[in-house]
Design a binder for this molecule. Structure first.
Ligand SMILES: [Fe+2]
Ligand SMILES: [Fe+2]
Length: 308
């Protein structure tokens, strides 16, 4: 109705309830009110939603009649990264859940597997109801949309993360590898890449008034991701306090994948764009700063210095 800027969704009580350090200024001072694994599970019970409730009819009109073809093509990078990314993480989480050392951790990670499945279903519904692609089933849509991804995406998901999860599947007692996998999955992929992309994609759609059902569902996805990242921060803090070996594992895996994260944040078609050129309302520089600030706050709460 009005054009005034509404406060960002992350200020809402339900987002704040996740206790993700990135949403709390107090985290800059290293103060944390991280929830316990049991509290995170209980929050999951209270934060359910259904992809079936979303009505994509206006989104369909927007996509085909209001968004110009070149902008549709440019938007495909962000959308594909999420659709394929959700499917990849949903597949990798099983061995991580099994390797988690306590019952409360495993129960929370079971809820996260259900969430990631719902996120895949959300994107699948968006793509099929809006008519974004030619393919007519989930695996066809995933294959078709994968063409928009860049090489760093493959290195992050199919190499850095998958290699560790494969190791965990064979040796679930290997806690150091679990710490590395959670660092890559919860801190980098969800915390830096997904939540940064979501922030800017939601803002852009709201500012130009497009894809209302997509925005509604994507906000639910974002709230789930903050809850997942809050679990990751709690887990890594507990592990880092238990043994410096685990703190080293966090730093080591981060040093390996941060350069890849940088590449994933840059769309394939934006390779030659200058740093200060705006893409959908934000420059690459702003996107990177947003991701770095979120990571810095979480690392402070975990008890580690932000990566240089
Ligand atoms: Fe997800
Ligand atoms: Fe997630």
């Amino acid at each position: 109705m009005s054009e005034t800027t509404t406060p960002h969704a992350t200020e809402r009580d339900d987002f704040q309830a996740t206790s993700d350090p990135a949403l709390l200024e107090s985290a800059d001072r290293g103060e944390s009110q991280l929830l316990s694994y049991r509290q995170l599970y209980q929050l999951w019970e209270r934060q359910q939603w259904r992809t079936q409730d979303l009505d994509f009819s206006q989104d369909r009109v927007d996509w085909h009649e209001r968004i110009p073809p070149d902008e549709r093509e440019a938007r495909m990078y962000g959308l594909s990264s999420f659709f394929v990314g959700e499917q990849r993480v949903a597949e990798e989480l099983g061995p991580m859940m099994r390797a988690a050392p306590t019952e409360d951790m495993r129960i929370f990670l079971c809820t996260q597997i259900a969430d990631e499945a719902r996120h895949v279903a959300f994107f699948d519904r968006f793509y099929s109801e809006v008519g974004v692609l030619e393919a007519d089933d989930l695996s066809g849509r995933l294959a078709e949309t994968s063409e928009h991804l860049n090489p760093e995406f493959g290195e992050m998901f199919d190499e850095a993360l998958k290699r560790r999860v494969d190791r965990l599947a064979a040796r679930p007692e290997d806690l150091e590898t679990l710490v590395e996998a959670v660092t890559i999955y919860h801190m980098v992929i969800e915390g830096m890449l997904a939540l940064t992309g979501q922030h800017f994609i939601i803002d852009y759609n709201q500012s130009v008034g497009t894809l209302p059902a997509f925005v509604e569902g994507f906000l639910n996805v974002a709230r789930d991701e903050h809850r997942h990242v809050a679990f990751g921060a709690r887990f890594l803090r507990d592990m880092a306090r238990a043994d410096t070996r685990y703190a080293d594992a966090i730093q080591r895996s981060m040093a390996e994948v941060l350069p890849l994260a940088e590449g994933v944040l840059r769309p394939k078609w934006a390779d030659d764009l200058p740093e200060d050129e705006e893409i959908f309302g934000a420059t690459l520089q702003e996107t990177r700063e947003f991701a770095a600030k979120a990571l810095g706050r979480r690392l402070k709460v975990i008890g580690l210095a932000p990566a240089a």
